[in-house]
Design a protein around this ligand. Structure first.
Ligand code: GLP
Length: 249
């Protein structure tokens, strides 16, 4: 596991954005696993700006989002579909048919999970997956207690996750369930980048850096993966400065 500590959110966003664009340049038909949430907003902004200037980057790329809320249609302002259109897809040259996001409003959710997992397998699996880090250590919507051999499925959201994501919804209407790709689905990705920003992530970043892998800390499953880069800014890293081998900018 490789650690990168960068100065601030802007540097974090540029680092992750560059890494993703470099990967696309090396392999234009790449299969990307993409996150939502506040952390990736700056990364998407960086990518959109670079793509607009440089070259037709997403022309051959295929994307699979990590997760989506259950019970809201893609057109809902709080859906991850809307988020991705707003932050990335509406501004780059990705082909509509190459965008994949679980449909949380599908009539048969179990079937939708199987369909998504199959579509991903048929595409050849994830080449590069970018992950945010939930305050309780979740990745995608794999909450504490998730078995490391989990695949795409419907999950219940913890109160703390619902509280963190409440600003996207009207009071009392925060979804209680989501579809998420599983931990094993993530671990099948050839390469993984996990990133975290800000003091509110410092405690969980410390746990992630120091605790033994356990299902109570979903992100700790990444320890068993051969190609993981962890990128954190100084505020998120402020509780891990004593770790050996972790350099500072
Ligand atoms: C959300 C998403 C995750 C995300 C995480 C952190 O609930 N489902 O994919 O990485 O929580 O979000 P944020 O970046 O807003 O802190």
């Amino acid at each position: 596991m490789k650690w990168e500590i960068v100065e601030n959110y802007q540097a974090l966003s540029a680092f992750a954005g560059r890494l993703l664009l470099d990967a696309i340049r090396q392999h234009p038909a790449i299969i990307l696993g993409l996150p939502t949430g506040r952390t990736p907003e700056g990364m998407y902004e960086y990518i959109v700006e670079e793509c607009g200037r440089e070259y037709r980057c997403f022309n051959a790329a295929r994307t699979f989002n990590l997760d989506e809320y259950v019970g809201i249609p893609p057109s809902h302002p709080g859906s991850y579909y809307t988020y991705m259109r707003h932050h990335l897809f509406d501004h780059v040259d990705i082909r509509e048919s190459n965008i994949h996001i679980p449909d949380g409003s599908a009539p048969d959710l179990e079937l939708e999970c199987r369909r998504y997992e199959m579509e991903l397998a048929q595409a050849g699996g994830l080449d590069l997956t970018v992950l945010g880090l939930g305050r309780n250590g979740h990745i995608g919507f794999n909450e504490p207690g998730t078995p490391f051999d989990s695949r795409t499925r419907v999950v219940g959201l913890t109160e703390s996750t619902r509280r963190a994501n409440a600003p996207e919804f009207q009071a009392g209407h925060v979804p209680t369930r989501a579809i998420t790709i599983g931990i094993e689905t993530i671990l099948d990705s050839k390469r993984i980048v996990l990133f975290a920003s800000g003091r509110e992530k410092a405690a969980i970043v410390r746990r992630f850096a120091t605790e033994e892998p356990s299902e109570m800390l979903p992100a700790s499953a990444l320890r068993g993966h051969p190609d993981v880069t962890v990128v954190v800014d100084q505020k998120a890293a402020e509780l891990i400065e004593e770790l050996p081998g972790v350099g500072r900018p």
